[in-house]
Design a protein around this ligand. Structure first.
Ligand code: LLP
Length: 426
């Protein structure tokens, strides 16, 4: 995060507060959110995509305080479940600035979205179109919808988070013709308002050519729909997925670069097909909240295993960050509470859970004098860490603490054992 710096005494500071003080006040592990950094990222996207709509992808991390920040910074919001919709509404986010996603939205979720007046629903299957059509007729509504198109791009990212290749659960296939059929069905039935097409090719993507191919293919479909039904669709959503730097080897594009490239390809494709340029929208999650958070842990044990490797165990692990175990994701770690002039030591940072895959940072050089009681910071944990956190081994989930201008406030409190027991009613 941008307000993180190393003070003279050697400890890290975030938002003008030392991590030592934050650990003393809020305990560890804790997710520390640099509020200025989050706001700056919202603003960077809003400015770069000024004539577009930027939907913050709430699945990356959502709580009421973040919803309010996203609202204050003028972004739209992408929700993908009844739960996310409920958080957004509880925080007072205007429903008309929300988009609702999901490959298996239930009837009650769709009903709630219609009742609330959600701005657009991104339809993902023929079953959903039927369900939504029936509900809309019953409720006397005419929701704006986008058709999610699977464009057949092989995104260069982990297989579990790539979403545009043909053989997966999301969207309507472009190559197989179902995307065209879905659009035509909606137009012919005339109950839902077909606003446009949507494509999301995957997550943590650095090579922007995938977005360009996706845009080109979706616009070809748009031209096909125009030719078949004489309708010019107004909106084009190119999804999220913009990669962030987890380690110094990663080199992400800036929002400005992304905007330039996307506009250019859309403009040239529209010119080729004599299409009116649709209003663009994007749905970044990770690129907005990912870099704004670091997780602060305390080291509990340091174990040298027969000279093979040093394991540094922290007081959290795969329950607060499943990404290393699930996607083989790379993170970095640093001793955060003090300076050290000790030699670097190649270590593995692991959690406290009962399995050996419970790795937070696979390989990191830590000072050789790393010891129990040290604070360890792992940056870049804003996206898909708290939102994918679990209670594995009945470990309570850490709090989210927002820090700004020398002051901290808890925005999601730490779970307690009482919280866990409260659900256990047997
Ligand atoms: N729009 C749609 C339709 C999506 O499915 C997603 C992410 C996004 C936007 C936001 O993508 P982002 O800009 O955050 O990359 N849990 C995985 C990532 C799953 C992404 C799911 N969809 C991870 O930890 O890497």
């Amino acid at each position: 995060p941008r307000t993180v710096s190393r003070a003279e005494a050697g400890h890290l500071e975030i938002g003008g507060v030392s991590v030592t003080d934050l650990a003393a006040e809020h305990g560890t592990p804790a997710y520390l959110l640099d509020e200025d950094d989050l706001r700056a990222r919202c603003r960077d996207f809003a400015a770069a995509f000024a004539d577009c709509d930027v939907y913050y992808a709430g699945k990356s991390f959502l709580c009421k305080a973040v919803v309010r920040i996203v609202d204050e910074e003028g972004l739209h919001l992408d929700v993908c479940s009844g739960g996310e919709l409920a958080v957004a509404l509880a925080a007072g986010f205007p429903a008309e600035r929300m988009g609702f996603h999901g490959n298996n939205k239930s009837i009650s979720e769709l009903r709630r979205a219609l009742e609330a007046g959600v701005g657009r629903i991104i339809v993902d299957s023929f079953d959903e179109i039927d369900r939504l059509t029936e509900l809309s007729e019953k409720m006397n509504k005419r929701p704006d919808v986008l058709v999610r198109v699977t464009v057949g791009v092989e995104a260069h990212t982990h297989e579990f988070i790539a979403t545009a290749h043909e053989d997966q659960k999301f969207g309507f296939s472009l190559a197989g013709g179902s995307a065209f059929q879905a659009a035509v069905k909606i137009l012919d039935e005339g109950v839902l308002e077909l606003k446009g097409l949507h494509s999301h090719i995957g997550s943590q993507i650095f090579d922007t050519s995938g977005f360009e191919v996706a845009a080109r293919r979706v616009l070809e479909l748009q031209a096909q729909i125009r030719d078949a039904r004489g309708v010019e669709l107004e909106d084009l959503d190119l999804g999220g997925g913009f990669g962030i730097a987890y380690t110094t080897q990663d080199d992400p594009s800036t929002p400005g670069d992304l905007a330039k490239r996307l506009h250019k390809i859309v403009e040239s494709e529209c010119e080729l097909a004599s299409l009116r340029k649709p209003r663009l929208s994007i749905e970044p999650g990770r690129a907005i909240v990912g870099p704004a958070v670091l997780t602060l842990y305390e080291v509990g044990t340091v174990k040298d295993v027969d000279g093979i490797r040093t394991y540094v165990s922290v007081d959290g692990g795969m329950s607060d960050n499943i990404r290393t175990a699930l996607y083989d994701a790379s993170y970095s770690a640093t001793v955060a509470g003090r300076a050290s002039s000790a030699e670097p030591l190649l270590a593995r940072v692991v959690g406290k859970h009962c399995e050996s895959g419970d790795i937070v940072v696979k390989d990191e050089f830590l000072p050789a004098d790393v010891q129990p009681g040290d604070l360890l910071a792992v940056p870049g944990t804003g996206a898909y860490c708290r939102s994918m956190a679990s209670n594995y081994n009945h470990v309570p989930r850490p709090p989210v603490v927002a820090v700004r201008d020398g002051a901290s406030r808890v925005i999601v409190r730490r779970e307690t054992e009482a919280d866990l027991l409260a659900l256990d009613v047997g």
